[in-house]
Design a protein around this ligand. Structure first.
Ligand SMILES: Nc1nc2c(ncn2[C@@H]2O[C@H](COP(=O)(O)OP(=O)(O)OP(=O)(O)O)[C@@H](O)[C@H]2O)c(=O)[nH]1
Length: 291
């Protein structure tokens, strides 16, 4: 009986792709602090990198670097120059380039945490940028916020009700807020968190590790919480309401939608397609402001 021939096919390419976890939520709810908490809880056992988004500064990146939770080189800032949702949903180019550079520089990176700038209840990440997302509320925003819904509250992979240590001071019933959130999410996970409460931090750590395990094993399927709800943009004429799932015009130059492929020109005579990660154009987020 002849020996079984050895197969000498092409070697398996080494993937440098990390689990990309987005953190979104209204201004000041504790997104940077939550990232610091994750880095403290997992930084010794996982290769972690962080991308922050601010409109005009690198404030959040500087906060995280000064917190000493990670090698400062592993914390990169994207200055969006525009509404935060623009850079995490509409034109993700700057963030995608930043996370790919981070993954290349620190390969093999296991976990990339991408923090959105503080926005409103309607902002969510594009699934072309991240694999999973956490939406962060805090008790100081009021116990009824969880009932207000929106794509992040309803369909993010995890909803965090943050700063529970402040609940007695702002008159919020945390179990009730968690119950309201769980109902709004039809049973999807809700975590009541305080960075000073070891038990809740352990639950956050376990959630991230379980997600990483299902990502590595190929069981995790990224979900899109859905496009932004119609919202208001102020301008010199008093502002207007628009939706991101309907075509609209910028300065009369072009019209496009935000929930899939679309074509538009940036100088009035060229057309190109945005179709997610591969097809995203280098049109700067700053040039892409909804007015
Ligand atoms: N009491 C308490 N305060 C917290 C907790 N987490 C964050 N904070 C405070 O909440 C404030 C806002 O926290 P950040 O982490 O900067 O919030 P953010 O969502 O990143 O803010 P933006 O990037 O400006 O939207 C800071 O003063 C934090 O110290 C917490 O668990 N308990």
């Amino acid at each position: 009986m002849p020996d079984t021939p050895q197969t000498t096919g092409p070697s398996t390419p080494t993937s440098t792709r990390s689990l990309r976890l987005g953190i979104a939520g209204p201004v000041g709810t504790g997104k940077s602090s939550l990232i610091a908490t994750i880095c403290r809880a997992l930084g010794d056992e996982l290769q972690i990198g962080v991308i922050t988004n601010d409109i005009y500064t690198d404030e959040d990146a500087r906060f995280l670097r000064s917190a000493g939770v990670l090698d400062p080189e592993r914390i990169r800032a994207v200055e969006t120059g525009a509404c935060p949702h623009t850079a995490i949903r509409d034109d993700i180019t700057a963030n995608l380039m930043a996370v790919e550079e981070l993954e290349a520089d620190f390969a093999p990176l296991e976990l990339s945490l991408i923090e959105s700038g503080g926005d409103n209840l309607t902002a969510t990440f594009s699934p072309a940028l991240i694999d999973a997302q956490i939406f962060v509320l805090d008790v100081a925003g009021g116990g009824d916020v969880a009932r207000k819904g929106g794509p992040g509250i309803a369909r993010a992979d995890l909803l965090v009700v943050n700063k529970t240590d402040l609940a007695p001071y702002v008159g919020v019933d945390v179990p009730q807020m968690v119950a309201d959130a769980t109902e709004a999410r039809e049973g999807a996970p809700v975590l009541a968190l305080s960075r000073d409460d070891a038990e809740s931090v352990a639950a956050l750590r376990a959630w991230v590790l379980e997600l990483l395990d299902s990502h590595v094993s190929g069981r995790h399927v990224p979900q899109d919480p859905g496009p932004m709800a119609p919202h208001f943009h102020a301008d010199e004429d008093g502002g207007y309401v628009h939706a991101h799932d309907e075509p609209h015009a910028h300065d009369g130059e072009h019209a496009h939608g935000h929930d899939g492929e679309h074509e538009h020109g940036h100088d009035g005579d060229q057309e190109h397609v945005h179709d997610g990660a591969e097809g995203a154009t280098p049109a700067a987020a700053a040039d892409h402001v909804d007015r």
